[in-house]
Design a protein around this ligand. Structure first.
Ligand code: GLY
Ligand code: MN
Ligand code: MN
Length: 456
């Protein structure tokens, strides 16, 4: 993860908010992410745990944060001790002193002293908040502390009796972005837009998918960013594989190229998909499918408003897509029947969006009981409808099979090998939805104009 940009008071404010929600007599425990071995002596690039980072801004592995509302020292950090030998080989460490000075810990200790210092702090606390069930080793460690505390019952010590999933309090906080986070997300979006524009300008028949992928690495790194998920660079029929990441095929004249790629800045993701013709000119069929997806995307974005609920963009997109597919003869029946029978799913099999933030599929529930989450200012969702018509497609009998009528037939070849997804990141505001990723074109004329700049 690259340099931290959010100032320390942001993290302090979040801790205060969380601790006020937790109330007295409680403690929250958060572990840093684990380092993941890749192969002999080599590790995957370290990426901090999102919850841990959200509350601490502390970038190192082998650390635990404890939040104890009302205690004399409310925020404790346990972290790696300074070690000149290890720091020469592997890089600098904050150490407990740095944890206090730079990360706002009320006190900090070497991680080796964790048991000794934490155990007394659990005594006579009623509630423990942590990410129950996500990290098996940490679950075991917490239970071991609890059992050691229980063992002191006969000397009058009371062990915590209530264990609460921390996400219950923390993830609604993360779902609603603060002003400072929105600024970082705008930067993440800006960088990803720059990369997508560059890809449109550089693409030409005969290139390999990975050459286009390289443009994303180039742009992200030049801007001090990383990637938020492995890029999908999918030409021709590969555009119909939703999570295609091989990125090793040649790009052919006459094919579409679907690119789903986003940047990560200071832990915040962008997530953009654009689809365009490899040769810079949409064919008649590509144009029809593309315009249909674009209309569905616009209808969905229009529902990203306070008062609308999370499923309204999906419903809007499905309606436009289904109507269009029926008009093209790719689905049968009337719109309501086809939506009810979900026949559109043979060409549109995923949902229209997800929360976006520190995690590309960000935290925060989508439903409470039977009710969808209602949008409120500060929430960020992707809007990403698509249509996918791979080679060898058939029009399945869908809803008509229920009536005993069999309609399965080949999809006309001219529609095949066209996968289109258009994905933007949309901020809910008091007024109009704000598309954070408007910096990369999605109108056909604008895409073709941008591509012409290097196509002569
Ligand atoms: N890039 C993953 C997604 O769009 O959900
Ligand atoms: Mn997405
Ligand atoms: Mn995406």
């Amino acid at each position: 993860m690259l340099a931290r940009t959010l100032p320390a008071p942001v993290f302090a404010r979040r801790r205060r908010t969380l601790m006020d929600l937790m109330g007295a007599n409680s403690v929250a425990l958060l572990p840093a992410a684990l380092e993941a071995p890749r192969n002999r002596d080599v590790y995957y690039p370290f990426r901090q745990d999102s919850d841990f980072y959200y509350l601490t801004g502390f970038p190192e592995p082998e650390a635990i944060a404890a939040l104890i509302p009302g205690a004399e020292q409310e925020f404790l950090l346990f972290c790696r001790d300074r070690d000149p030998h290890m720091e020469i080989w592997h890089g600098r460490r904050a150490g407990p002193q740095g944890a206090k000075e730079r990360y706002g810990a009320d006190n900090a200790h070497p991680i080796a002293e964790l048991d000794k210092i934490l155990l007394p702090l659990l005594e006579n606390r009623e509630r423990v908040y942590y990410a129950i069930g996500y990290h098996p080793d940490f679950d075991e460690q917490v239970m071991s502390w609890i059992n050691q505390t229980r063992a002191k019952a006969r000397i009058g010590v009371q062990a915590p009796v209530t264990f609460i999933a921390l996400e219950h309090l923390l993830h609604p906080m993360r779902r609603c972005k603060e002003t400072e986070e929105i600024a970082v997300m705008r930067e993440s979006a800006r960088i990803a837009c720059e990369a997508h524009c560059r890809a449109m300008q550089i693409c030409r028949p005969g290139m390999m998918e990975y050459e286009i992928e390289a443009e994303f690495f180039h742009t992200f790194l030049r801007n001090g960013a990383g990637w938020s998920y492995p890029a999908i660079v999918a030409g021709g029929d590969n555009s119909c594989i939703l999570h295609y990441t091989e990125n090793n095929a040649e790009l052919h004249d006459g094919d579409v190229l679907l690119i789903d790629a986003g940047a990560e800045v200071d832990g915040y993701a962008s997530d953009i998909t654009r689809t365009f013709p490899v040769n810079g000119r949409f064919s008649a069929e590509q144009r029809v499918i593309y315009e249909l997806v674009l209309a569905a995307q616009k209808a969905a974005i229009d529902k990203v408003r306070p008062g609308c609920h999370f499923n309204e963009p999906h419903d809007a997109a499905v309606h436009v897509l289904t109507e269009g597919l029926i008009a093209l003869g790719l689905l049968q029946g009337n719109v309501d029947e086809a939506i009810k029978a979900e026949t559109y799913k043979q060409f549109y099999m995923h949902r229209t969006g997800h929360w976006l933030g520190m995690d590309v599929h960000d935290v925060g529930s989508y439903k409470t009981g039977e009710d969808w989450q209602v949008f409120a200012p500060g929430m960020v969702t992707t809007i990403e409808p698509g249509l996918y018509i791979p080679a060898g497609s058939q029009i399945a009998d869908g809803c008509w099979a229920q009536l005993g009528i069999h309609l399965e037939s080949d999809v006309d070849e001219r529609w095949q090998r066209i996968g289109v997804r258009i994905e933007d990141d949309v901020l809910v505001t008091e007024g109009e939805p704000e598309v954070l990723t408007a910096g990369v074109p999605k109108e056909i004329d604008a895409i073709e104009a941008l591509m012409r700049k290097t196509h002569g």
